[in-house]
Design a protein around this ligand. Structure first.
Ligand SMILES: [Zn+2]
Length: 219
């Protein structure tokens, strides 16, 4: 989705390219001790839920679950600041840089059910910029843990703030929570929006400019 030159002098990137970036960093290494420990537990859990963990269709399920969960929580072993600092450049840019529509998949820590949606990130550099794809990776580092959407939002902000020391950072996340959709209140279409602002974005004018620029995505 081309944005064209923004009237405000901002640089906007739509993160639809993310799938390609992910293609080469697929992680397929699983810790054996963790995998076998989880398999035991998941096998018991299946039986407790009224299933027969040994029936044909479920024979490999505990192993698949063990691996899927390790994949979905790999963020614990990753360092967001290191990722940003691996691509840090001195650049005299003072425009707002926005990366929007970053795909996000995480799991709520209360029910271990997925929540998913989009993150929009903006920062105003103070002499240092980072690779745009790094911002998308920072989202993954914190999303691939057990989370609450509020903390995910502030952790992303803090990592960018501490690594780049920008004049301002803004993070907005809109997500749907399966724990709300499949159980509990069963509100099928509710979207939870969280935001965190720092520096220049604490000023009304800067913040509204950012919100206006991403607002096409807000439902
Ligand atoms: Zn939940």
């Amino acid at each position: 989705m081309a944005q064209g030159p923004a009237q405000t002098g901002s640089i906007i990137v739509t993160a639809g390219y993310k799938k390609n970036i992910m293609a080469y960093k697929k992680v397929d290494h699983y810790d054996e001790t963790t995998t076998s420990g989880l398999m035991d537990v998941y096998s018991k859990a299946l039986n407790l839920l009224g299933e027969d963990a040994h029936r044909e269709g479920l024979q490999k399920t505990p192993e698949r679950m063990a691996k899927a969960m390790q994949f979905l929580t790999q963020g614990y072993d990753q360092d967001a600041k290191k990722i940003i600092e691996s691509a840090k450049f001195h650049e005299d840019v003072s425009e707002m840089i926005i990366v929007k529509d970053i795909e996000l998949f995480s799991m709520c820590e209360h029910h271990m059910l997925p929540f998913f949606g989009k993150a929009h990130i903006a920062y105003i550099p103070n002499g240092t910029i980072t690779g745009l794809s790094k911002l998308a990776r920072v989202v993954d580092v914190y999303a691939r843990r057990l989370q609450v959407q509020e903390r995910l939002t502030t952790q992303i902000l803090a990592a960018i703030k501490e690594s780049l020391n920008p004049l301002g950072v803004a993070v907005v996340i809109e997500a749907k929570h399966l724990c709300m959709m499949m159980r509990g209140t069963q509100k099928q279409n509710s979207i939870t929006t969280t935001s965190a602002f720092d520096g220049e974005f604490l000023k009304n004018t800067t913040r509204s400019e950012f919100l206006k620029l991403i607002s096409k995505n807000l439902e």
